[in-house]
Design a protein around this ligand. Structure first.
Ligand SMILES: Cc1ncc(COP(=O)(O)O)c(C=O)c1O
Length: 398
C-alpha cells in the first residue's frame, strides 16, 4: 500500500485514547460507567422535525442531486428567517448564506479554502480541535491564543503580536464556548471586528451552541455588531439546536465573499445534504423550538453544579452550551491523572481539559447530555460516587 500523505502526520495523537482504554476495561469488568464525556444530545430529535422528514422523503424532488449553488432554497430561506428572528439581522439567502453538512464540515473546509503553506491561522486554546487540525493540514502555521479564566475565557486580542496579526488570514472563535461554557459580549465582538479590520483578517465565529442558553440569556453574534458582515463568517448548526447531530445539517452566513469562497471549494468536494433532510431542517428552523431540551439541560446543570459544590468541588455554572468546565480539585494532579482516577475509583468519565489544548490543563469537562438519565438520578449517582471516591479534598475551597 502507498503511504498516506504527510499531511495526515500533522494530526496530533488522539489524547482520549487512554480514557477510552480505561473505560473499556472498567466495562469489561462489569462496572456501570457514568459517561459525562460525550457532548451529544441524548434526547431524540423533536417529533415535528421527524414528521417533516417523513413527508419530504416521499417527495421524489428530494431524491436527486441538489443542483443549487449554495444549498436547498427553502432551507436557506428558512435560515435567513430564523437568523432574523433569533438575532435581528437580515441575511440575503442568495449571497450571505450557504448550507453545510454539519458545522464541522464547514469549519474544516473554510481553513482549506483560505490557507496556504506559510499563512497564519489564529485559534483559541483550549478549543474544539477541528480549527487547528485543519489549518495544520492545509499547511498553515497556527498561533494559539490562550482562553484564560481570568479573562472570561475570551482571547486577549491585545496579546497577539502585530507581526502575527498582519500575517494571519483567519481567527477562529467559538461562543457559547466548547469546552469552557463561556459566552461572549457585544463588546468582545466589537474588539474582534476592529482587530480584523485593522489587520485584514477573517473572523470565523463558531456558534454551534448558539441557541443552547440558560436563564433567558442570549449569546450575541458578531454579525449584530457594526461592521461584522465586513469581516466575519459565522457557522450555525442544527445539531445541538434540535438534537440533530446525526442528520448533518448547518449553515454558514455573513460576509458574501467568504461565503462564496467556502461554497467554491465545497462545490468541488460534496454535493450537499440529502435534500429531504434540508427540507425537514427548514421546517425545524421555521416552526420548531427545542425549549424542553434546553430546560432539561438547565435543570441538570443546576443539580450537577449544586451537587458538586455540596461535596466541596466549587465548579463554575455556565450560562450556555452544555458543559461544566471544572478545575481539577486535587492539588498536584494533572487533568489526565484526575480523570483517570475518577474513572477508576468512581466509574465516572470526564474529559481531561488538555485534550482541547495545553491551556486546558488543570481542568476537566463534564457534559450535561448524559444518556440514560431520566429524572436526574444518574447525575445524582455521579455526585455520590465522586464524593465516595475520596478524591475531593475536604475543607478547602477549590
Ligand atoms: C464547538 C463545536 N463546533 C462545531 C461542532 C460540530 O457540530 P456539527 O458538525 O454537528 O454541526 C461541535 C461538535 O461537537 C462543537 O463542539
Amino acid at each position: 500500500m502507498p503511504q498516506p500523505s504527510k499531511r495526515l502526520e500533522k494530526i496530533p495523537p488522539y489524547l482520549f485514547a487512554e480514557m477510552a482504554r480505561i473505560k473499556r476495561e472498567a466495562i469489561a469488568k462489569g462496572a456501570d460507567v457514568i459517561d459525562l464525556g460525550i457532548g451529544d444530545p441524548d434526547l431524540p430529535t423533536p417529533v415535528p422535525v421527524r414528521e417533516a422528514l417523513k413527508k419530504s422523503v416521499d417527495d421524489p424532488a428530494t431524491h436527486r442531486y441538489d443542483e443549487t449553488a449554495r444549498g436547498w432554497t427553502s432551507f436557506l430561506e428558512a435560515a435567513a428567517r430564523f437568523y432574523k428572528g433569533a438575532f435581528q439581522v437580515d441575511l440575503d439567502p442568495s449571497t450571505e448564506l450557504t448550507q453545510v453538512i454539519g458545522s464541522k464540515e464547514g469549519l474544516a473546509h473554510l481553513a482549506w479554502a483560505y490557507l496556504d503553506p506559510g499563512d497564519l491561522c489564529i485559534v483559541p486554546n483550549p478549543a474544539y480541535t477541528v480549527y487547528k487540525v485543519n489549518a495544520l493540514m492545509a499547511g498553515a502555521d497556527v498561533l494559539e491564543v490562550p482562553l484564560r479564566e481570568s479573562n472570561g475565557f475570551l482571547p486577549d486580542l491585545t496579546e497577539i503580536p502585530t507581526s502575527d496579526a498582519k500575517r494571519a488570514k483567519l481567527i477562529y472563535v467559538c461562543y457559547p464556548n466548547n469546552p469552557t461554557g463561556a459566552t461572549a459580549s457585544p463588546a468582545f465582538y466589537h474588539d474582534l471586528v476592529r482587530f480584523c479590520r485593522e489587520h485584514d483578517v477573517l473572523a470565523v465565529n463558531d456558534m454551534a451552541y448558539g441557541t443552547v442558553c440558560y436563564d433567558g440569556y442570549k449569546n450575541p453574534t458578531i454579525l449584530q455588531v457594526s461592521g461584522g458582515k465586513d469581516v466575519a463568517i459565522e457557522f450555525h448548526s442544527l445539531s445541538k439546536m434540535y438534537n440533530m447531530t446525526g442528520w448533518r445539517l448547518g449553515f454558514a452566513c455573513g460576509n458574501p465573499e467568504a461565503v462564496n469562497t467556502l461554497q467554491r471549494l465545497k462545490s468541488n468536494i460534496d454535493s450537499k445534504a440529502f435534500p429531504a433532510i434540508a427540507e425537514a431542517g427548514a421546517h425545524a428552523l421555521d416552526h420548531v423550538n427545542n425549549d424542553d431540551t434546553i430546560a432539561l439541560y438547565q435543570k441538570r446543570r443546576d443539580n450537577l453544579v449544586d451537587g458538586l459544590r455540596s461535596i466541596g468541588w466549587n465548579v463554575m455554572k455556565p450560562q450556555a452550551a452544555f458543559y461544566i468546565w471544572a478545575r481539577v480539585p486535587v492539588p498536584g494532579m494533572t487533568s489526565a491523572e484526575f480523570a483517570g482516577a475518577l474513572l477508576e475509583k468512581a466509574h465516572v468519565l470526564v474529559i481531561p481539559g488538555n485534550g482541547y489544548g495545553s491551556e486546558g490543563e488543570g481542568y476537566v469537562r463534564m457534559s450535561l447530555t448524559l444518556v440514560g438519565d431520566k429524572n436526574g438520578e444518574r447525575f445524582a449517582e455521579a455526585v455520590k460516587r465522586i464524593a465516595q471516591s475520596g478524591l475531593i479534598p475536604q475543607g478547602a475551597a477549590v
